[in-house]
Structures are given as structure tokens and as C-alpha cells.
Write a protein that binds this ligand. Sequence first.
Ligand code: FES
Ligand SMILES: [Fe+2]
Length: 433
Amino acid sequence: MQKILGNLVDAEKGIIDRRIFCEQDIYELELKNIFARCWNFVAHESQVKEFGDFITTYIGEDAVIVTRAKDMSINVMLNSCPHRGNKVCFAGEGKVRSFVCNYHGWAFGLDGALNGMPANELYDNTPGFDKSDWGLHRARVETYKGLVFATFDHSAPSLETFLGDFRWYLDAILDNDDQGTEFLPGTTRSVMDCNWKYPADNFVGDIYHALWTHLGGAEATLAPYGGVVVTNEDSYQASVNGHGWEFSVANNFGNAATMGDKEIIKYMRAREDEITAKLGDVRAKMWGSVGSACIFPSLAFLPGYFTFRTFLPKGPNQTELHTWTLVPKEASDEIKDRWRKGCMRTFSPTGILEMDDGENWEHATAANKGLVTRNQKLCYSMSPVEQDTSGALPGTVHKGQLTDANQRLFFKRYGEFMDAETWDDIPMAPITR
Ligand code: FES
Ligand SMILES: [Fe+2]
């Protein structure tokens, strides 16, 4: 495998080799050096609120179960029986007391421990067999203000170190009142025939596409009010450890406005002073302004709509999307329901804006497969704005949201992970907030 950073990824000039979007051996290394190593988002705490609640998802291509155990701890473990490997849970979510494997009936607790099996005595009479050796393989679990992350790499630094100062930005959405947030019930699952990095790169810093891709969709939903207005005045891109957020500070409801629901706009405007008092003017605007964000490698969200989504890799040419709507717990049921509908109209498999995006990512992925095509480069060089070195905002900040800066930093991070032998080789930005 050739070196990624400096060879397939030139993060300084913004020249990216297309092979990272299509080649199987590069994809296999991504599973090992990125997904099996990183902190991966697996759930919101509200999805496993009570003892027995569980949901299933993936870390890379590894199926995992997220549970709430009796001691109220959150557990993440492989969804694969250590006896012969069968899946132990086939449901997307639910409530259980234990997981019983279909094949031979081994039973596991909510913490993954092997509790028993049919014809127990066969194992009682097996010299050296110890049930505690054969539980479901567990991941490390840490949370940040409602978001649950897990990693299978026991040498990984803390989640706090991994997120670094990006937590300061996340608080705009996760910590702007006393009650916190929750996911509305239900998970939307869909499959796109695209490389997982296309959506990640889009959310980490590509507002540029909205001026063109979403023009028709926005006008269709909003009639004469549908013009997409994005400028480098009053806007920024911020990046920390490869996590990125591009955002406007013109108002606190720009993204939400395209859902076309006046009651949501009223709610957001009414809360601006309170959030400004708690978090300051910039983050009060970031709560809902025109913008998008991605936590490396593949958890993305949109302020305003509050759609949260993971891009789960299924080979170099396919991605499974899981999406949810995050809402402030304190909002009324009516406002929450308006958010649910607005989010479904725009960012769901049938949402008009999500369909706009998916088509582009699928066609780009398919085009890269061509033998001559895959040996060409992609242009990530757009740099019309200066870096903001004032230190007013944490991380690497650029003055304007129409730039490829965050995407270059995302791929720089991608290269650092791909080339690293261990976590010690991966640089971490200092924590300043
Ligand atoms: S494979 Fe699970 S009990 Fe045998
Ligand atoms: Fe888009």
C-alpha cells in the first residue's frame, strides 16, 4: 500500500487521487486504520433510555448492539455469537432481557456476558471451559452530552481528546439549555451506491454545491422564497482534528427556513437571546444557520434541520445511511412534530434535498471506477478566503464558508489515520476550551 498523505492526498494543494474512492485494498485499510481505530458514533442516549433498551448498528462493517444494562451503563458489543459466529440480534431496536442465539441457544446478558446455554452440563464437564471467556466482544464506550461513541481500539485516547475543541462547537446544538437533546423515535435506513467519503466530505465543508445542486429543490419547496443565498460575508469554516463545521453567522435559522415551517422559525428566533446569553453570539447563530458539519470519520449533521446521520461503509462503492432527527427536549410536542415532518420532507430517503445529493455521490462513485478515470486527480484547491488566526474561535478557522479548506483538512486527517501504525503516530490538536 502506498503512502496516502503526500502521495494520494496532497492536502496543501488540494489534489486528491481518485483511487481512494474506488480501490478495494484502500477500502480494506480504511476499515482497519480508521473505523476499527476511531471513536465511532453508535447512538444517542435517548435511544437506550431504559434498562433493556437496545439498538443495532455498525462500526465499519462490524455489526454491533448498543444496550442499556441494569446498572444503567451503556454497552456496545459485537453482534456475533462467539460459539459459531451467528448474529445474536436481528432487530433494529427494541427492549429485551437477554439475547439468545438462534443456532444453539447460547444466552447473553445486556452487558454481553455469556449467561448460559442449553445442556449446560456439557460445558460444566468440559475441563478449562470458563463462561466468562466467551461473552460478546465489547467495545470501549464514552459519551459526549447525549452522543454515544464506541471504539474497538483499547489504545485510543479519550473521546474528549478525540473530539478536542470541536466540543466547543458541538455545544451550540447539544448544550444550549438545561434539558439537553433527544432523538425523535425511529431510524431511517437507506442504501446509496456511493463511497462513504462522498457524503462525509460534503457535510464537512461543501456548501458550494447548494448553490447549484439544491437550487431546484429549494425553489420547488419554497416557491418564490427558495433562492439559496450563501456568501463568504459573515461565515466561516472551522476544523479540529479533521472534524469540521462550515457555517454562516447571518442569523440563527437559515437552514431551518428551507423546511418552510414558520412555527419552527418563530421558536428558533424566540430562543436566540437565551442561547446568546449562555453560549455567545457566534454559537447562538450556529445553532440553526446555513451550515453543515461532520465528525471524523462519518457522523454528520445539519444545524436547523437537526438531521443526524452516519455513513456506514459497505465496500468502496456502497454506503448505508442511518438518519435521525435531534430535537431540544424542552420543545413542545407540536414543535417536535413539525421538526419531524420538516426533516422528512428535506433530508430523508424521499426528502427533496437528500435525493439531490445522493444522485451526485452515486454518479461520482460510478464514474471513478473507470480504469483511466481512477488514475486522474480531483480538484480540492478552492481557497478564496484567509485563515482566521485571531484565536477568537478554536481550531483551524477560515473566514468564509465557500472554500475547500475543511475538506482539505478532512482528507489530511484521513491520510494521517491511514498512514499511522498506532495512535501515537496521529497528531492531536491541543485542547484550549
Ligand atoms: S452460534 Fe450461537 S449458539 Fe451456536
Ligand atoms: Fe446537499
